[in-house]
Structures are given as structure tokens and as C-alpha cells.
Design a protein around this ligand. Structure first.
Ligand code: TRP
Ligand code: ZN
Length: 867
């Protein structure tokens, strides 16, 4: 256990590295019982830094020897630093350390998983492999040699190109790799294992051939073709949209079942969570297929935005992550359905990032300080970061943005840079002044815009007045907010010439529309042009008009969400006061008309529009959340729609039955999504007939999308006895128990269930052979997903808080990154009543008071408790 007290690191304290590492030569001798790592580093003093001792980073290393230019030298070591003084201007440093990957449960550094050894070095895992200047602005050229038993570990991989390989005594073999590109240590990777491989090639625009390879657990090759196709599409897309060609001869993806996050962009050797590689129509859903496209693209796009140009320091994380998420979003939009992709992005932002920005872990997309950098791989840095990049493109246009990207690479290829450097390239290429815009990088919280309209019949003008406020800190400066607007006439037509991009810069600002001859309905923040909340005092009739007629489908959807939110929030108050909710007939009529627009606006859109806002999104609009009343209100509206539109839902369900063989195309996926939304509404009626319908779909489905949708609706059935539910859950497990990723779905469908006995079910499942607290995917599916189940996690007696706190404590030493993510379930505890708050506080304190808590969990819990 480390004894160092956690230190806060500040962006303002950045200094250049004292030494540079030009070349790195690593030798890994992998044996049972431990791995010996010999590192030979060609180093020199940084001419830009003052003369000072060399301080290397390390973590859980057993140091066997340290030499400088071949001689043993005196050194001072702590658990995390190795200090050497009196060094020449340039020298060769050699260290030999022993590490124990078999005991590395943190999945950071070199670790063991079922089929071999894998690495994860971002952000600071390389120091768990060898002593190093483990910071992204130290970039070096690497050569790597791996030695291991040939029969057990036939595949030996590292970044770059294979140079040589051979046999050794005792059935061992070795392989040597060289990476021609300079890189920071966080992009280093090696793999040694028994893996199957799918190979293919890609011919770049300039005619070079890149060898592609996807390595997976033996027997899983038939689940690789989708990821391979996604990789090839990504490579082509980046050439076409951004003129960016692959610079590598070999591009490898390795899938591993034990992985803390989604995937990692190591140079030429991406390592992926199996969840974002493996897919076959009977085991993966439409959403899984689409996520694989996006994640494969994301990691590939990092090769330019992250690897060729990297971050100066970890505060700049959004430089690569926000930009790369924006790029993968655009790829997904081009590949699938642009408008529903946008709807889903915003749904995700509101469910996760807005609460984060309003809670104890709020931070700007570029944080000013951190205790543990792993805690800042957040939806703020990633998803809000992508929104900030999107706003830049909105302000300077697609062509301007492309010129800015060209300029960024022209200036900074091969460098480690800051967010200012990126924005400066955008400014230089477009002439746009981004001075005020930079506040998006430095201020936290979701800005709020209150809009008000005034129509003057005499002057035929419509004046839109907007006032912005930052919900977190009133002393912060106003943002530059791009607001896309159009005006609609009473008959639903768009007023010609009314489409505008407003640039709001002041706290209060008015915008005048001329030649407006009737009181218009404004459609504000079209395509979600800025990550803000916006209020306008719409009447239900105006929202119904936008839902029916707005051609920007994002804002059509938004109008429907606004209507539904108001109804659910009003009903929540009514239920809390012991009254029955009332539902206006106009809402049901609007939903009915929506169903009829499926042919013109697409099934995928209608499915999104029929999906009510989620409970955690709705909760953000309340000062004090009554989770039971909110849950009851939302479900009551679902049931009301089901009762009123039963005929429509059944008709559509029958009409959308599959008519061709399964393919994960967006057209088919849209039909399935809408059909399954209909099934979900029908199940609200919980009649024997609809239960049978769901069970029939469960049994008859030839694809996981439909099978899992049926299982999900059955898993929510609230009745004490529901044999259909029991049968489906049992059959599903019996059929798929050997497919780890499908078992994850089976766990998640139970932990996210609406049923009141969900906590008991989850507790039982933690003892099921299918569960493994050492596997992040299992923990996320069963425990964290339960923590996001608003009504069940926030049970009035605090039992679920205590349960999650126990799991955090169980995990904090074993895997601090996963434990810390789990601790984030408590983020919104202050939004509930005093009694729940007392329970949550006690649970958080029980974590905080646990001896030897990891930095990761300590930072989250201290911030949550307000320290
Ligand atoms: N850079 C990775 C990505 O954006 C993120 C990542 C993968 C990561 N594994 C990690 C971050 C482990 C921290 C710790 O895809
Ligand atoms: Zn990334």
C-alpha cells in the first residue's frame, strides 16, 4: 500500500521536463512468477530547462539495477520516484526492474487476462512497467523485444513494425518490434498471448498498403468482420473528410475481456475492450454494431488527433478527446442517420454530462487541477469537449473548420500542444476571433439561456431577447453562444429568410428579425447548436406545432421532449401530493400524429420521439427529487399512452415485422427500434396477451436486438408472478452463458429493472457464477448500472447506498479506477430529501473513513462530501 499523501496537481504549475528521452529500448522477459523489464534510455538534459536532478516516475516496481553509461550510480528511490543527481549533459540510463503482471488487478500497466498479457498505459500506467519520465510531452522512439514461452504465448506484439523474431532455449521465443514514430509513453503497448487473428489490407489514397489485423480470443474470429469493416470505413472517411491518411505499415487491434474503459489508441496497436470489437447478429444488438463503428473510428482517428499531435500535459486531455469524439460523431452521422445520431448524443449529454456539470465533480473541459487524472476521463472532457469543437465548426463553417484542421497539422505535427494551440490554428485559418470563446475551456457548469420573444405588428419585427447565466458561478464571464434559430408561421411553414445563426456574446442581448408579418413560433438552438439549457415560455400548442412541422428533426424531437417533461414534472408533484396525474388529450393526439409521420420522417426518428425523457434527466429540473413520485409519473404517462394508443401500437408492431434477413443497417435498425418501442408501450398494459407477444418475440427472434428488447420489457414486468419473465431470463442465461458479453446484458437487464425488488436481485447476482468483481464489464453491468437506476438506487431506507458503498470499498484497492467510477453513483445525493441525504452521507463517510483509500476514490468521495 502506498503511503504518499495525495497531492493536487495544478495546470498553472506546468514546467517543461528537465530531461528528454530520445530513444527507448525495452526488453521484456515474461515468465511465470514475474516479468523482468530492462529499459535502456538515451537521455539528455532539456536545453530549455535549468540544470536539476533527474526524477523518474515509478509505481510498484522492484528495482534490480540502475546504471548510467554502464556504471552503477547512487540513487534515491521512494515508492513513486527515483532520483539521480550529477548527471552529464547526455547519457545512457539503464534500469532493470521486476514486475508481477499476474497480480496486477488494477488493469493499468502490464497485466494478465485470460488469453495472455496486455498493457494499458494511459494516463500514467507506463510507470508501472519501468522507471520513466511518464508525461505526454516527453516523446521518444521505441524498440521493444519480448521473450515468452512459445506454446502459451505464440503471439508477441508491440507498436510499430516487426523487425525480427526467433527461438530460444526451453521452448521460448522472442520478437523485436520498432516504432518509427516518436511517441509519449502513454501510447506504448505490448501483447503476449494465444490469440486468433483476422487479417486484411487497406490501400491509402496515395497508394500505400496498410496491413490490418484484429486479434481476439481463440474461437471468436466469426465476431470480427464488423470491426474490420468499420476500420476500413474509418480510414477512408478520414481521407475524404479531413485529408488524413494512415501513416503506418501495420495497424493492429487486440480485443481483451478485462479492460477498464472502452478502448485505447496505442500507436499502431490499439487495445480494445471486447465489447467494442466482437459482434455477430445473434449476440450483438443494433446499438452494439453502431457503437463498434464509432469506437473503432474513434481510436483510429486518434492516430492523427492524439498521436501525431498529442497533449502537452493531462490538463489538455480534451484537446485529443473532445476533438476525436467530435470526429467519431461526424463519422457515425455520415455512416448512419445524422439526425437521430444527434438526438442520441444530446440525450446522452443530458443524462450524464449535465448532471456531472451540476454536481461535486464539475470541471471545465480543461480542468485547472486534479488529484488523480484517471478521474477526469469524464463526459465533460469527452462529450462536452466534442460540443465545444462542434461549436467551433458551427461558427466558422465546415470549410473553415477543415482549413483550421489543416493548419493545426501544418503547425503542430509531431508536437505535444495545448488547447490554445488548437484554437489558434482555427483562428488563423478562419480569421474568427475566439478570445471570448476560450471561456468554454476554462469555466465549468451548464450555461442557461432564458429567451423571450416580442412581436411588433406595426414594424413587422420580431425581437428575440436572450439572457445567459451560468448555473454554477454567477461571477463567471458570459460565453459566446451560437444559437441556431428559425421562425415558423402558425400553419407550420418556415418563414422564408428566418434561418439564422445568432452569436450571443453579452449577458443580455436582443436580436431583431425583420419582415415578420405574424406572431411567429421560434425554433431555438436548432441541431443543439450549444451545450446549454434554454427556456422559452412556449404554449403546448406551439410545441405541438414544432413537433409536427420542424424540419430540423432534432428540434422536432426537442419540442416533444419539452411537452413530455412538463407533463411528467407536473404529474410528479401531483403524485407526491397524493393526487392523480392528469394527461391532456392534446398530448395523445400529438403522439398519434407522430406515429403517422413514420413514412416521411423515418422510423428511427419516431422511435426517438416516442421515448420519454429519462428519469435522471428529468431529475435535473427539480430542486428536491422525489424519486418514487418521478418514477411513478413517468411510468403513468407511458401507461396512459399505451391505453390510448393500443390499437396504433399493435398495428405498427405488426406492420414493422421483419421482412428481410437481418442486417445491421440504419434503415432496418430504425424499424426494429420503433417496433420495440411499440412493444414496450404494449407491455405497460401487462395483459396475458402482451406478455405472450413479448415471449413469442423473445423465442422467435433471429437477432439479439429483438431478443434482448423482448427480454428487457419482460424484465420490467412488475407483477409478483410473471412466469414469462422467469422463463425468458432463465432461457437467456442457459443459452448464452458462454458468451461473456451477452452475460453482461443479462446482468444489466436485471440491475436496471423497474421492479421494486431489484436491489435484492442484484445482491443475489453478485454471488452468481456469472458475476466477477475483478472484471470491469461485469461491475459496470451489474453494479454501476444499478447505481444509475434512479428509483431503486435512491431507495428511501438507504439500503442501496450502503450496498454501493460496500462494493466501492471491496474494489478500491483491487481496481481504483473502477471503484472510483462506481463512487460517482453518489454524485447527485444532495438533490434528495433530508432523510435520503443522511443515508447517502453515512455511506460516503463509510468509504472516506476506510483506511488506505486509493487517490482515485478519495478524490471523488471528498469532493462529494464537500471537502
Ligand atoms: N484514450 C482512450 C480513449 O479515448 C481512453 C482510455 C482507454 C483510458 N483506457 C483508459 C483512459 C484507461 C484512462 C484509463 O479511447
Ligand atoms: Zn479517445
Amino acid at each position: 500500500m502506498k503511503t504518499d499523501t495525495p497531492q493536487t496537481v495544478y495546470l498553472k504549475d506546468y514546467t517543461v521536463p528537465a530531461y528528454l528521452v530520445d530513444t527507448v529500448d525495452l526488453d521484456f522477459n515474461i515468465e511465470t512468477g514475474g516479468t523482468t523489464v530492462t529499459a535502456t534510455l538515451a537521455m539528455r538534459r532539456n536545453p530549455a530547462a535549468a540544470s536539476q536532478p533527474l526524477i523518474l516516475d515509478g509505481d510498484e516496481l522492484e528495482t534490480l539495477s540502475v546504471t548510467v553509461d554502464g556504471h552503477q550510480v547512487p540513487f534515491a528511490a521512494t515508492a513513486s520516484t527515483l532520483t539521480i543527481s550529477d548527471l552529464p549533459e547526455s547519457f545512457t540510463l539503464q534500469t532493470v526492474v521486476r514486475i508481477d503482471p499476474d497480480k496486477n488487478t488494477r488493469l493499468s500497466g502490464l497485466y494478465r487476462s485470460a488469453d495472455g498479457y496486455f498493457t494499458q498505459c494511459e494516463a500514467q500506467g507506463f510507470r508501472r512497467i519501468t522507471w520513466f519520465l511518464d508525461r505526454p510531452d516527453v516523446m521518444s522512439t521505441y524498440t521493444v523485444t519480448l521473450h515468452a514461452d512459445q506454446a502459451t504465448y505464440p503471439v508477441l506484439l508491440a507498436n510499430g513494425n516487426p523487425v525480427d523474431a526467433g527461438q530460444e532455449a526451453n521452448g521460448r521465443h522472442w520478437a523485436k518490434w520498432a516504432d518509427p514514430f516518436k511517441k509519449p509513453a502513454y501510447l506504448f503497448a505490448v501483447v503476449a498471448g494465444k490469440l486468433d487473428v483476422l487479417k486484411d489490407t487497406f490501400k491509402t489514397a496515395s497508394g500505400r498498403s496498410v496491413q490490418l489485423a484484429i486479434y481476439v480470443e481463440p474461437g471468436k474470429l466469426d465476431q470480427c468482420p464488423h470491426a474490420m469493416a468499420a476500420l476500413q470505413k474509418s480510414m477512408k472517411w478520414d481521407e475524404e473528410r479531413f485529408g488524413l491518411e494512415c501513416d503506418l505499415d501495420h495497424y493492429m487491434i487486440v480485443a481483451v475481456g478485462d479492460f477498464n474503459m472502452g478502448a485505447m489508441e496505442n500507436k499502431g496497436l490499439n487495445i480494445f475492450n471486447t465489447k467494442y470489437v466482437l459482434a455477430r447478429s445473434d449476440v450483438a444488438t443494433d446499438v452494439d454494431f453502431e457503437n463498434i463503428d464509432r469506437v473503432v473510428a474513434h481510436e483510429y482517428f486518434h492516430n492523427w488527433t492524439g498521436n501525431r499531435v498529442t497533449c502537452r500535459d493531462w490538463f489538455q486531455l480534451s484537446l485529443k478527446e473532445g476533438l476525436t469524439v467530435f470526429r467519431d460523431q461526424e463519422f457515425g452521422a455520415d455512416l448512419h442517420n445524422r439526425q437521430t445520431a444527434r438526438i442520441r448524443e444530446v440525450r446522452g449529454l443530458r443524462a450524464a454530462q449535465f448532471p456531472e456539470d451540476a454536481g461535486p465533480m464539475a470541471h471545465p473541459i480543461r480542468p485547472a487541477s486534479f488529484v488523480e487524472i484517471n478521474n477526469f476521463y469524464t463526459s465533460t472532457v469527452y462529450e462536452k469537449g466534442a460540443e465545444v469543437i462542434r461549436m467551433i465548426q458551427t461558427l466558422i463553417g465546415r470549410d473553415g473548420f477543415r482549413k483550421g484542421m489543416d493548419e493545426y497539422f501544418r503547425r503542430h505535427d509531431g508536437q505535444a500542444v495545448t488547447c490554445e494551440d488548437f484554437v489558434a490554428a482555427m483562428a488563423a485559418a478562419s480569421g474568427f476571433d475566439f478570445t471570448q470563446f476560450m471561456r468554454w475551456y476554462n469555466q465549468s457548469g451548464t450555461p442557461h439561456v432564458a429567451a423571450d420573444g416580442y412581436f411588433d405588428a406595426e414594424s413587422k419585427t420580431y425581437t428575440l431577447t436572450c439572457t445567459q447565466s451560468n448555473t454554477r458561478a454567477s461571477d463567471e464571464q458570459p460565453y459566446l453562444i451560437p444559437i441556431r434559430v428559425a421562425l415558423f408561421a402558425e400553419d407550420g411553414t418556415l418563414l422564408p429568410g428566418s434561418e439564422r445563426l445568432l452569436q450571443m456574446t453579452a449577458t443580455t442581448q436582443s436580436f431583431v428579425f425583420n419582415e415578420v408579418s405574424e406572431e411567429p413560433v421560434p425554433s431555438l438552438l436548432r441541431d443543439f447548436s450549444a451545450p446549454v439549457t434554454l427556456d422559452f415560455d412556449y404554449t403546448p400548442e406551439q410545441l405541438t406545432l414544432l413537433l409536427a412541422h420542424e424540419s430540423d428533426l432534432f428540434n422536432a424531437w426537442e419540442a416533444g421532449q419539452r411537452l413530455a417533461s412538463t407533463l411528467i414534472l407536473d404529474a410528479t408533484a401531483a403524485i407526491a401530493a397524493g393526487q392523480a396525474p392528469v394527461w391532456p388529450g392534446s398530448f395523445v393526439d400529438a403522439a398519434r400524429r407522430l406515429l403517422q409521420t413514420q413514412a416521411q420522417r423515418g422510423a428511427a426518428f419516431v422511435a426517438e420521439a416516442l421515448t420519454l425523457p429519462g428519469e435522471s434527466t428529468l431529475a435535473e429540473a427539480l430542486d428536491v427529487v422525489n424519486p418514487d413520485a418521478l418514477h411513478a409519473a413517468r411510468n403513468a404517462l407511458r401507461r396512459h399512452l399505451a391505453e390510448q394508443l393500443e390499437g396504433e401500437f399493435s398495428g405498427l408492431y405488426a406492420g414493422l415485422a421483419p421482412n428481410t434477413a437481418y442486417a445491421p443497417s440504419s434503415e432496418q435498425a430504425g424499424r426494429r427500434a420503433l417496433r420495440n418501442v411499440c412493444l414496450g408501450y404494449l407491455l405497460e398494459l401487462d395483459t396475458p396477451a402482451v406478455r405472450q407477444l413479448a415471449l413469442q418475440q423473445f423465442r422467435g427472434a433471429d437477432n439479439m436486438t429483438d431478443q434482448f428488447a423482448a427480454l428487457s420489457v419482460l424484465a420490467n414486468v412488475n407483477a409478483d408472478t410473471c412466469p414469462e419473465r422467469d422463463t425468458a431470463l432463465a432461457d437467456f442465461y442457459a443459452r448464452w452463458q458462454h458468451e461473456a458479453l451477452v452475460v453482461d446484458k443479462w446482468l444489466a437487464v436485471q440491475s436496471t429493472s423497474r421492479r421494486p425488488d431489484t436491489l435484492a436481485t442484484v445482491k443475489t447476482l453478485t454471488a452468481h457464477p456469472a458475476f466477477d468483481i475483478g472484471n470491469p464489464n461485469k461491475v459496470y453491468s451489474l453494479i454501476r448500472a444499478f447505481g444509475a437506476n434512479l428509483a431503486r438506487f435512491n431507495a428511501a431506507d438507504g439500503s442501496a447506498y450502503a450496498f454501493i458503498a460496500e462494493r466501492v470499498i471491496e474494489l478500491h484497492d483491487r481496481n481504483p479506477q473502477v471503484a472510483s467510477r462506481l463512487a460517482r453513483c453518489f454524485d447527485r445525493w444532495k438533490k434528495f430529501d433530508a432523510s435520503r441525504q443522511a443515508h447517502a452521507r453515512a455511506a460516503l463517510e463509510s468509504i472516506r473513513d476506510h483506511a488506505g483509500l486509493s487517490r482515485d476514490v478519495l478524490e471523488v468521495v471528498t469532493r462529494s462530501l464537500g471537502g
